[in-house]
Design a protein. Structure first.
Length: 734
């Protein structure tokens, strides 16, 4: 059987177009990964291309891993192709050639946002920049200089708005000088330095152009200017480049993604062939109908309409809650019902939102219903303080010029080297490295007490450097933890310390797993692997849980059931006043991405009023809901329209082992308020959102179980005891 025989006609055409430039605009769920893997296999098996002459670039480690595994199943030598993220590709190039730049060597450290922010904090202090808005603006412009591949001086001359261009340039120059002194690069630098290597050094450029005869770029709509510039250089000799993208899913404009790259591609490669993938394999017809309706309102796109041979599917559900608690209750009850009555798993569900702010209420109700969940984008394992401290030791050994790591570990565990001493060391280190000052402490005016403490650190550091040259990385990591007495610094009778100690032991396990999976791996390679990891890489690899996430974080994923919540003006789309039409178009693309994550069921929700910024705000429906055709649908006005809301989800099966949703709600009400008689005038109660209040009117208690509560600064609220999650704190005396 030929490689292309099991592709549809839309997919087959770009696969067979093996020579020259090819642009594939691929709708959501249209099988673009299938296209890419089959094209690579076709080049190897049918065209005789050597696998090591093929490059495939994507945006996540997870996608790269899956693509490589698929190709390996199709052709025997698939393991020899280079499948990589942009950043991993750049790191590999830089490890080989970065010493062409003065002041850098192959042992450079990659700074995450945590290290980057620490460096900037010191620079702001030095330049007396205190205003937080100014700092954020400066950080935006520094990233934009790099992502747009701009000349810093030229860029800063044209800075307008809140911040002064001279301030941006001053911080930028000091920041880059600090990175150079530390032999460090941030994530944006990985791209900038790689571009400069390829652009300035003919031997580097020719080496990689000769290596990569065929280049493939996935998620092309997410490329920023400098990423596209790198791709153009790599394709400069052979011109065989295929890019797959969907302008309707370009949602990363805030970090430099440039939708114009798709337009420019046809200008940069005038003979490029253009193909469209419009058949969707993921979603039902009714879900795609909603997706097409909303995205058709965008003008910055290549016209295409998703279609599918899948079933019609259930109706897309639209729910309007009277409050954000109403909305959260609907979401969690629906999930509970579908799991208990329809055979779904919790991992089949994703609750998506434009911003993270609505997540607190959703999480609260998840806990209330005992629904396991994970918040994507939460505090990641490798960013926990105790783990960063151990990583600091390893980084300091690999890259002695990494002053940030040296400063992190110099007083960890505590050696009596306090903040004042550290500031003194940093002052002496201007123009040299922190480690150089510490190793030569006798040449500086340190007190005898501090010199003695520094001597202890020097002896430890030199011992670790020596052992690192002979020990395997797992054994060395264990040696660091033992010799630095890290475990001894925790009080295991304390729950928090005990958990931190278990995290450190789990970190050792991660080193061991890496070493076992990568024979001959170096410590530098391990540190690189954990620096480049992202949250999305671990999705689907853990236990059964619902996912709560921003839409940005789940692009590329799919779920049987999706809730898109808080669909209200100001929240989705975000409206700040004075926004450009292009801003709304990107917000609309976010809605399109959220909708097309759903395979079988889609729920769109909003609330009429929401607790925000310490007050109740009345909310208007998102304009996207009107574009989808929901503005004329009758809104559900009370959460007690319970049976109607679930009439098309499933019949309630009343068995000994499965509770109906109504009984779950009743259980919850009964647990909270078995006796309403206590909710009388003068009773003090606690509401999870409004805080502590006092009942000031109970005249409707007997009739409809409503009470009015004075919450002090928030004001008075009339609440239903059936649904308000109140807890009595202090009953009225007498």
């Amino acid at each position: 059987m030929n490689i292309v025989d099991n592709l549809n006609e839309e997919q087959r055409l770009p696969v067979l177009q093996s020579e020259g430039a090819v642009l594939v605009t691929a709708g959501a769920g249209s099988g673009k990964t299938r296209l890419l893997t089959h094209r690579i296999a076709y080049l190897i098996k049918e065209k005789g291309v050597a696998p090591y002459n093929i490059l495939a670039i994507t945006f996540t480690n997870k996608a790269a891993r899956e693509m490589k595994e698929r190709v390996e199943r199709m052709v025997d030598c698939g393991s020899q192709i280079w499948v990589s993220t942009f950043h991993s590709l750049c790191v590999t190039i830089l490890r080989r050639f970065i010493d062409k730049f003065d002041g850098f060597n192959k042992n450079f450290t990659i700074y995450s946002d945590i290290e980057k922010n620490r460096v900037l904090k010191d620079i702001y202090k030095e330049l007396n920049i205190d205003d937080e808005a100014t700092k954020k603006s400066i950080e935006y412009h520094i990233a934009n200089i790099k992502n747009t591949n701009a000349h810093p001086q030229d860029y800063c001359r044209n800075v307008t708005g809140y911040v002064d261009g001279d301030d941006v340039l001053s911080v930028y120059e000091k920041y880059m000088e600090t990175l150079k002194n530390n032999n460090a690069l941030d994530f944006d630098d990985l791209l900038v330095f790689t571009y400069n290597l390829l652009n300035k050094f003919a031997d580097v450029r020719e080496y990689y152009q000769d290596k990569f005869h065929y280049i493939h770029v996935d998620e092309f709509q997410d490329t920023n200017t400098i990423q596209y510039d790198i791709v153009k250089i790599l394709a400069g000799k052979w011109g065989n480049i295929l890019v797959v993208g969907d302008e309707d899913q370009c949602i990363y404009g805030w970090r430099g993604a440039n939708i114009q790259n798709i337009i420019d591609f046809r200008q940069d490669f005038p003979d490029a062939k253009v193909f469209k993938l419009q058949q969707n394999y993921r979603s039902t017809k009714k879900i795609l109908d909603i997706a097409n309706k909303v995205i058709d309102n965008n003008s910055q796109r290549l016209k295409k309409t998703l279609w599918t041979e899948n079933e019609e599917g259930t109706d897309v559900r639209y729910f309007v809650g009277s409050s954000d608690m109403d909305e959260a209750d609907f979401v969690t009850r629906t999930i509970k019902n579908l799991v208990e009555n329809e055979g779904y798993k919790y991992s089949d569900f994703a609750v998506l939102m434009r911003l993270t702010s609505p997540s607190r209420t959703i999480e609260q109700y998840m806990l209330s219903y005992n629904i396991p969940y994970k918040m994507l984008g939460g505090f990641r394992f490798f960013e926990r303080a105790e783990i960063k401290n151990v990583i600091g030791y390893l980084r300091a050994i690999v890259n002695p010029r990494d002053s940030d790591s040296i400063l992190r570990i110099i007083n960890y565990p505590k050696r009596g080297i306090g903040d004042t001493s550290i500031e003194q060391i940093k002052q002496y280190a201007k123009g040299t490295s922190v480690l150089n000052v510490i190793l030569n402490y006798n040449e500086y005016n340190f007190s005898p007490a501090l010199s003695k403490k520094l001597l202890g650190f020097v002896e430890l550091y030199l011992d670790l450097r020596e052992k690192s040259e002979t020990m395997p990385i797992t054994e060395f990591t264990e040696y660091v933890i033992k010799t630095a007495k890290i475990e001894e610094s925790f009080d295991t009778s304390n729950d928090e310390d005990y958990n931190k100690l278990q995290n450190i032991r789990e970190f050792v396990n991660s080193v061991k797993e890496f070493e076992e999976s990568n024979a001959g791996a170096t410590l530098q390679e391990y540190l690189e692997s954990i620096t480049l990891v992202s949250d999305i890489d671990s999705v689907g690899e853990e236990d059964d849980y619902c996912l709560i996430s921003t839409i940005h974080a789940v692009k590329g994923l799919e779920f049987p059931c999706v809730f898109v919540v808080a669909m209200e003006e100001g929240l989705f789309p975000i409206t700040r006043g004075g926004e450009r039409p292009s801003d709304i178009e990107e917000e609309r693309r976010l809605a399109y991405v959220a909708i097309t994550r759903a395979e079988r069921r889609l729920f769109l929700t909003r609330s009429r009023q929401r607790f925000m910024y310490k007050e109740i705000k009345y909310q208007e429906p998102s304009r996207f809901l009107r574009e989808m055709g929901f503005e004329e649908q009758r809104e559900r006005r009370r959460i007690t329209d319970f049976h109607e809301d679930f009439s098309d989800i499933s019949p309630v099966r009343k068995t000994d082992t499965t509770k109906s949703i109504q009984s779950l709600l009743n259980d919850r009400i009964n647990e909270q308020k078995k006796d309403f008689s206590g909710y009388t005038m003068g009773t003090q109660v606690l509401h999870p959102k409004f805080g502590v209040g006092t009942i000031v009117d109970d005249s409707s208690l007997s009739a409809n179980r409503m009470v009015t509560i004075d919450f002090g600064g928030i004001g008075q609220k009339t609440l239903s005891l059936d649904y308000a999650p109140l807890q009595i704190l202090k009953r009225k005396e007498g």
